[in-house]
Design a protein around this ligand. Structure first.
Ligand code: IMP
Length: 203
């Protein structure tokens, strides 16, 4: 079965391909469909944005489409930056810009350890040409450190310390991050669905 990944974020594409590798699925990307228009993420929930992206890319390509919407929810900020994680710092050039986590560290400057709780959230949406779709959620609980550490990963990884661990996501190997991450957990649920689903067996 072919699935088109409805994202142009190369880091996300790498992560999803790496985790989904054990399934007989061909992952295509939007690079294979240059005429598909950019989908505007204007919903106020991860689910709303993921479903919108998957449905629009499925409509444009005629193939099952998988979209990811993800972000960081920080307790002391009432769940912000949430769906606005990629654009938290007003002058950030995108989700991988260090300006986002630098603003976060500044906003939490006076927050004591017990108020630095946070979680990454990932919603995956898989849309089918018949109009149907399924969603899969994954969560990674943890806390925000006091300074950036590590060079791997992307986005807020240098300041996120997963629960029960000392290193940040950016100090972990890709495999360690995949085991703990919101995206890894959501992809695991997606994989279970694909393994058992009728759609998968029929193709
Ligand atoms: P979107 O899902 O493309 O709207 O972007 C979500 C944003 O949340 C990313 O651009 C990153 O800033 C952040 N984010 C999502 N997942 C991760 C992750 O695994 N590590 C670090 N930052 C992440």
């Amino acid at each position: 079965m072919d699935i088109v990944l409805a994202t142009r974020n190369k880091k996300k594409i790498e992560e999803i391909k790496r985790i989904i590798v054990d399934l007989p699925i061909t992952i295509l990307s939007l690079e294979d469909y240059p005429d598909c228009p950019e989908v505007v993420e204007d919903k106020d929930t991860f689910e709303g944005n993921a479903v919108k992206k998957a449905v629009e890319v499925c409509r444009c390509t005629g193939k099952p489409a998988l979209a990811d919407d993800s972000g960081l929810e920080v307790d002391a900020l009432g769940g912000a930056p949430g769906v606005y994680s990629a654009r938290y710092a007003p002058d950030a050039s995108g989700g991988n810009d260090p300006k986002n986590y630098e603003k976060l560290l500044l906003d939490l400057k006076h927050a004591p350890d017990e108020q630095r709780g946070a979680r990454f959230v990932c919603c995956l949406a898989l849309a089918f040409p018949d109009g149907g779709f399924k969603t899969f959620f994954g969560y990674a609980p943890g806390r925000i450190g006091r300074e950036p550490r590590g060079k791997r990963g992307f986005g807020y990884d240098p300041v996120f310390i997963p629960k029960g661990h000392g290193p940040t996501f950016a100090e972990m190997t890709a495999e360690e991050k995949d085991r703990l991450s919101h995206r890894g957990k959501a992809i695991e649920k997606l994989s279970e669905f694909l393994r058992s689903s009728v759609v998968y067996k029929q193709n």
